[in-house]
Design a binder for this molecule. Structure first.
Ligand SMILES: Cc1cc2nc3c(=O)[nH]c(=O)nc-3n(C[C@H](O)[C@H](O)[C@H](O)COP(=O)(O)OP(=O)(O)OC[C@H]3O[C@@H](n4cnc5c(N)ncnc54)[C@H](O)[C@@H]3O)c2cc1C
Length: 509
């Protein structure tokens, strides 16, 4: 039996990563209910972040330089005004995190140490615990959330359906370890993270398979730029799930990519192993698609004491039974970050009244066609704050909740992963995307556990099919060039389902 619970006007936040925690803390002392599938902070991409947070806090830096780097990575598709606003807010966000108890790494003078990452023109990566930034940030914020009496945390709770009437939120169906519960609420924030778990090979926690996107899509929300998925070129090719990252810095120190024959297959590509992330990801993908295995080889790098320079990478290789000093490291491209998501405005408002989104589940327009490294934690921190300010300025409007058919308990992406990995991986083409639409449609409209993941996968495939060009992280082998000026894409579920039906009706080539 479904229990009924009235939140008495308190907003509900779905997700306990950086975006959800920041939103909850910024709303205090206003009461909020925070739902999370796992224990607070766990099974989040936020916890896994290594590099840190990009912020123009160095003496030689400012927000306009950070903006220029972000726009260049975004390949013409960023929303310039939103990007400028988020990047300008970065220094204040760092100060706020410090006040909330995050101990960023500092030098002997007590100044924050700034790291340099690919495609950043200045040192601007604020980090904590060396390469354990996400862990340290989330531990500090989770502690603060638990100390805040206005925040009620409900762990082991899965948000399953938004209840919407006349384009406004009236409630939420969730599953807890005590059974289903119907929450009467009129303000909901989706902060459910990314979609890496929809792919066979990904770096996100396996539970990050776009449940928030499915909630919003079923409720009729507009999505944006869904086709843009960033793949990391060098995830450790092992049985672990999620796959662990082998940092770009290993290539920076001189490690090269080889195959099982010892051939250095990137040698003739401009920039070779140090080319931009998406070019390396494509080269690795192509080589594996041609039947090769790919390795990162640091054995012959002169003067490199690997274990001392890369203790974390050494440890994770050894866990997988590989000695990176004596052996080449097996690697592969893996789904890493979703630039697209639920379309939001500057306040994090979606196209549905009473529904906000922030963090990786949202699409603000900051990242455009490709994310600049370490801009995502920044976006989660800044936008969590902005969402909270906007919610605090709205009043709760209670509406009667319409009846909801029982929606079952499970959601399982296993059937979707092979389909989506084949069609919407690093390299795409129209034929493969239409085949994916035909395969995903029956799952999407079914009552199976694959239905929600299939809805998200189908929308990604349809967005990728419609973008007949290659731009940023979206590479079409049948449309290898950019097609004129950049245009952002939007899509809703009805539109995606109709396009899928058209694909099914077309004769198969
Ligand atoms: C290995 C790795 C390294 C990275 N390194 C960096 C970095 O150095 N710098 C950087 O800027 N970015 C980095 N990123 C990206 C960044 O970590 C993420 O974009 C960011 O943490 C997303 O935060 P979030 O709060 O939106 O989502 P998450 O941190 O993923 O949190 C999502 C939350 O939603 C919950 N949830 C999901 N669905 C439901 C549901 N239906 N019901 C209830 N709860 C639900 C989850 O349990 C979780 O608590 C990295 C990502 C990975 C995977």
């Amino acid at each position: 039996m479904t229990a009924l619970h009235d939140t008495d006007g308190a907003p509900v936040i779905i997700g306990g990563g950086l975006a959800g925690l920041m939103t909850a803390l910024a709303l205090a002392p206003q009461p909020v209910l925070l739902l999370t599938k796992a224990p607070l902070g766990f099974e989040t991409s936020s916890m896994l972040a290594q590099g840190g947070i990009a912020a123009s806090v160095g003496a030689d830096d400012d927000a306009s330089l950070h903006l220029a780097d972000t726009l260049a990575a975004g390949d013409g598709l960023c929303d310039r005004a939103i990007a400028a606003a988020i990047l300008a807010a970065a220094p204040v966000a760092i100060e706020r995190l410090v006040r909330l108890g995050v101990a960023f790494d500092r030098d002997a003078n007590g100044d924050i140490v700034l790291g340099l990452e690919a495609a950043h023109s200045r040192r601007r990566i604020v980090h904590a615990g060396g390469d354990a930034s996400g862990r340290d940030i989330i531990r500090a914020l989770a502690r603060r959330v638990r100390e805040t009496p206005s925040i009620t945390v409900s762990e082991a709770t899965i948000a399953r359906r938004l209840i919407v009437d006349d384009n406004a939120v009236t409630g939420l169906l969730a599953y807890t370890d005590r059974g289903p519960v119907l929450l009467a609420c009129d303000r909901v924030v989706i902060a459910t993270g990314g979609i890496g778990g929809l792919f066979l090979h990904g770096t996100n926690p396996a539970g990050s398979f776009g449940q928030g996107l499915a909630l919003a899509a079923r409720a009729g929300a507009v999505m944006a730029d869904l086709e843009f998925v960033q793949f990391h070129p060098t995830a450790l090719d092992s049985r672990s799930s999620p796959l662990k990252l082998i940092s770009e810095a290993v290539r920076g120190e001189g490690a090269v990519l080889i195959d099982e024959n010892g051939d250095r297959f990137m040698a003739d590509i401009p920039g070779a192993e140090l080319a931009p992330r998406d070019i390396v990801a494509r080269a690795v993908w192509r080589h594996m698609a041609a039947g090769h295995r790919v390795f990162l080889d640091a054995r012959d790098v002169k003067g490199l004491d690997f274990a001392r320079r890369f203790p974390a990478v050494t440890a994770l290789c050894r866990d997988a039974g590989i000695d990176p000093v004596a052996q080449p490291i097996p690697v592969r491209s893996a789904a890493h970050y979703h630039m697209g998501g639920i379309m939001v405005d500057r306040s994090g408002r979606t196209s549905i009244d009473g529904l906000w989104a922030c963090g990786e589940a949202a699409c603000t327009g900051l990242h455009g066609a490709n994310r600049l490294a370490s801009n995502s934690l920044l976006e989660a921190a800044v936008c969590g704050d902005w969402v909270a300010n906007d919610i605090a300025a709205t009043t709760s409007i209670r509406r009667p909740m319409p009846a909801l058919a029982d929606e079952g308990t499970g959601s399982d992406p296993a059937l979707v992963r092979p389909i989506l990995s084949r069609a919407t991986g690093v390299l795409r083409d129209g034929e493969g995307l239409r085949a994916a639409a035909r395969a995903l449609y029956p799952l999407a409209v079914s009552l199976q556990a694959a239905s929600d993941p299939a809805i998200v996968g189908l929308m990604i495939a349809i967005a990728a099919l419609r973008r007949q060009e290659s731009r940023g992280a979206h590479a079409r082998t049948d449309f290898p060039e950019r097609a004129g000026p950049a245009k952002r894409s939007t899509l809703n579920l009805d539109d995606a389902l109709q396009t899928a039906r058209n694909c099914i009706a077309e004769p198969v080539a």
